[in-house]
Design a protein around this ligand. Structure first.
Ligand code: ATP
Ligand code: MN
Length: 150
């Protein structure tokens, strides 16, 4: 039921919490994890609006990719040590849209996503990425909730 997991991460605390749950899904028969990070097109558009030069944007993008690749590789190692087979993917675009594209391509058994991400605004019930993914995806979703406010 949980054989192949699609795990999108924005490297937030809530997404990290989701990874802890994924580790335990081994006990429920999970075997494969596809880890996806999307470099947000909105960030790039913001840089362009502020007239940041193309070469600076290129440099920023390269750094963002390198840093993301290192973090994904680290997560991959942790999962492989537990016996999962892992694929790591980095895309540039709108996170919700890239997550849904990958759902089509990879046909996971389940998507494991955080209720919130980096913004993690108190009053917001669900982040905009998780809301769009949950509305439009075809496969089951496991939503890992953030820590309750103290
Ligand atoms: P918002 O982005 O709407 O201000 P937020 O940051 O609190 O709110 P979301 O961005 O919806 O919440 O994040 C919810 C979950 O979606 C994250 O825990 C993560 O699993 C996934 N996610 C969000 N952004 C990305 C991304 N850039 N790449 C991959 N997964 C993402
Ligand atoms: Mn977000």
């Amino acid at each position: 039921m949980f054989k192949k997991i699609l795990y999108p991460t924005d490297f937030s605390d809530v997404a990290a919490k989701a990874l802890d749950y994924i580790k335990h899904l081994k006990e429920a028969g999970s075997q494969e994890v596809v880890i996806l990070h999307v470099i947000n097109q909105r960030t790039i558009d913001g840089l362009m609006r502020h007239a940041v030069s193309d070469s600076h944007i290129d440099t920023w993008l390269k750094t963002a990719k390198t840093v993301a690749q290192e973090s994904l590789a680290e997560m991959g190692k942790e999962l492989e040590a537990l016996g999962f087979s892992v694929k790591t993917i980095i895309k540039t675009g709108f996170p919700w849209s890239e997550i849904l594209n990958l759902e089509e391509q990879e046909a996971p058994s389940i998507i494991v996503i955080g209720s919130h991400g980096r913004s993690n605004i108190g009053e917001i019930f669900l982040g905009s990425v998780s809301e769009r993914v949950i509305r439009r995806c075809k496969r089951p979703v496991m939503v890992i909730k953030r820590e309750p406010a103290v």
